[in-house]
Design a protein around this ligand. Sequence first.
Ligand code: SF4
Ligand code: SF4
Length: 263
Amino acid sequence: MFYGVYAYFREQACTVICPYGRLQSVLLDRNSMIVAYDYKRGEPREKFKKNNVAAGDCIDCFQCVKVCPTGIDIRNGTQMECVGCTACIDACNKMMEAVNKPTGLIRYASENGIANREKLHYTGRMKFYAVLLLLLTGLLTTLLLSRKDVDGTVIRAAGMLYQEHGADSVSNLYNIKIINKTIRDIPLTLKLEKAPGRIIEAEGRSIAVPKEGQGKGSFFIVLPDNIIKERKLKLQVGLYEGDKKITTLNTNFMGPIYHPESK
Ligand code: SF4
Ligand code: SF4
């Protein structure tokens, strides 16, 4: 996909697909810092002639247009296609140096800065964006730090309630799916946590989860019926590699409700 973008699609990716430009039109205001052409200083643009005091500083050399990767003319104002690469700033500064004029005809500035010579200042909108960015960075960091190497789901087999298991126990059948995000194979065994029951793996062995792959299996959870006091019990299944606990998955156990007088 990236080869296709770089070799054939090129700037169309910026102008047609990329949401950056569309976001700009919503997020910017007249105080936002953008790559801007100083039309007060540059106009009227004219081809370079020595000692032409009536002309603005823009010598209409089109270097800013030629270097622009999305092919726009920044002298027409900020546009959705601008990706803020600043190539036009460098090209224009070079031309200004060549004709002995001050650099910065195209520069980082706000619309108010160009029109009214206002200095860039920290507006309420900027503060709001800064707080939002901090919150999003915090969220991303939390997600990255809490990312588990092995994750999965345990779901009761569809269409089945519970089975009587011997004289005094009840079992439920489960399907487990495990994702291994590490670069090594992991043989996992399952253990029931914090409940006086046991797990019987349907295949009778540990579940092999290949590196960067998925593993699945089926197993029964068997609970003694004297601990089943409600129809749905919350249970935890621990995934172990040898004696090392990898993670814990939550699930439900469905059982009959026993009334004391019926026993
Ligand atoms: S910053 Fe880059 S994309 Fe924007 S106008 Fe200048 S050269 Fe073009
Ligand atoms: S590079 Fe600078 S001087 Fe040349 S056309 Fe663009 S704005 Fe004008």
